[in-house]
Design a protein around this ligand. Structure first.
Ligand SMILES: Cc1cc2nc3c(=O)[nH]c(=O)nc-3n(C[C@H](O)[C@H](O)[C@H](O)COP(=O)(O)O)c2cc1C
Length: 380
């Protein structure tokens, strides 16, 4: 069978064959594998899409070596995704490598008491995790400098407005995108000079806003114009791709479907959660990071809801949730473990190579757009 052609302006702007980007996915929590590691980036870029490295969990040195590793494995374009949060709290001013157990003891009393109560009742070990002070999220300026020095083809800001670095990125031939969850931010980020806006709907995995993808896309497109929009949130096959293009998007940014691929970086247990999930098998909670994020449902939510505690601010809540998830895994309490994932989880029934996922998506979208719509829809 001859290869399908499915091209949009995005392909010309990025030098890729198909308008499909695998989303930048960091680890769900501290100590977990990176959702979009080097292997996924390379597989997606080699298959004709554009793979985006989830940079959020790295320290500066790891970021640079991952970028260099990608370059050594493919000469195709790729991206790097970083989080650029505003107003990190004081605790972010730490130095060196700090044991999570120590940070936990400095949390407000009710949180320490709840943490110890959970640990005791479920027989969890004391946390052996550490956090390093040189993570890219805490040193965004230096991380961006590395991306510019390495001339990463596409810089992606998963959180925050990357406007301040666009000029420097463009000067070395890089492109820049910003991920948003509502029309207001689509307009704001577009006006800051980025090349593309990714509009991610409420159904998406990880940090998520309040507006569903179907309602968000046309409003984000209008708000961002003339900057083109890439669709995200709930896209898992060629139907989602075709619908996004029909809406006026120039491509798609796909997270959960590529996370549940052979090269996707989630813990096996979390991949399993996605396979077992129905369309209702996720929920939005501040439990994991202090910001609203979508995760597969598990018993961890029940005990958190029972605590009656409000979430701590980002990234302090990450410390609390990470320590407990690690404890659940170590103690074999699998029913308390799940990771970031979107509502499209219910569609995913098999862990496949990323290349197959991408090519099937292309094939299905091309069939819808070239044949099926003409058969099913009467237009005069
Ligand atoms: C495990 C996981 C980790 C994620 N980490 C990040 C991240 O570090 N930076 C980011 O911009 N988005 C992150 N996201 C969100 C994705 O980039 C993407 O917007 C989302 O997955 C799209 O919705 P979908 O899951 O329905 O495809 C993450 C999503 C998942 C599932």
């Amino acid at each position: 069978m001859s290869k399908r052609v499915l091209r949009t302006r995005l392909c010309d702007l990025l030098g890729i064959e198909y308008p499909i980007l695998s989303a930048g996915m960091g680890p769900t929590l501290i100590g977990e594998p990176n959702g979009a590691p080097v292997e996924l980036v390379v597989a997606v870029s080699e298959a004709g899409g554009l793979g985006v490295l989830g940079g959020a969990g790295f320290n500066l040195e790891e970021l640079q070596s991952a970028i260099r590793e990608i370059k050594s494995l493919t000469d195709k374009p790729f991206g790097v995704d970083l989080l650029l949060p505003k107003n990190l709290p004081d605790g972010a001013g730490m130095t060196g490598e700090v044991p999570l157990a120590r940070i936990l003891q400095s949390l407000p009393g009710p949180y320490v008491e709840w943490y110890e109560k959970v640990r005791e009742s479920l027989g969890l070990p004391e946390s052996d995790l550490t956090v390093r002070s040189d993570t890219v999220t805490m040193h965004a300026d230096e991380a961006i400098k590395i991306c510019i020095e390495e001339r990463v083809p596409l810089f992606c800001a998963g959180l925050g407005d990357p406007g301040f670095m666009v000029k420097d990125a463009h000067a070395v031939g890089m492109k820049v995108l910003g991920v948003v969850g509502n029309a207001k931010n689509a307009g704001r980020v577009a006006a800051s000079g980025v090349d593309f806006v990714v509009a991610q709907g409420h159904e998406g995995g990880g940090h998520t806003g309040r507006v569903g993808t179907m309602a968000l896309l046309p409003q984000a497109i209008d708000a961002a114009a003339p900057v083109p929009v890439i669709a995200a949130g709930g896209i898992g096959d060629g139907r989602g791709l075709a619908a996004s293009l029909a809406m006026g998007c120039i491509g798609v940014w796909v997270g959960t479907r590529f996370l549940a691929s052979r090269e996707g970086g989630a813990m096996e247990l979390c991949k399993q959660r996605i396979l077992e999930s129905t369309d209702e098998g996720t929920r939005v909670s501040t439990l994991y990071t202090g910001k609203t994020s979508r995760v597969n449902t598990c018993k961890f939510h029940e005990i958190w809801d029972g605590s009656g505690l409000p979430a701590l601010p980002f990234p302090v809540q990450v410390v609390l949730a990470s320590a407990l998830i690690r404890g659940f895994v170590q103690a074999g309490k699998d029913e308390y473990v799940a990771g970031f994932a979107g509502q499209i989880s219910g569609l995913i029934k098999e862990i496949k190579p990323a290349r197959d996922i991408l090519l099937e998506m292309v094939e299905e979208a091309a069939d819808i757009l070239s044949r099926k719509l003409k058969e099913d829809v009467v237009v005069q």
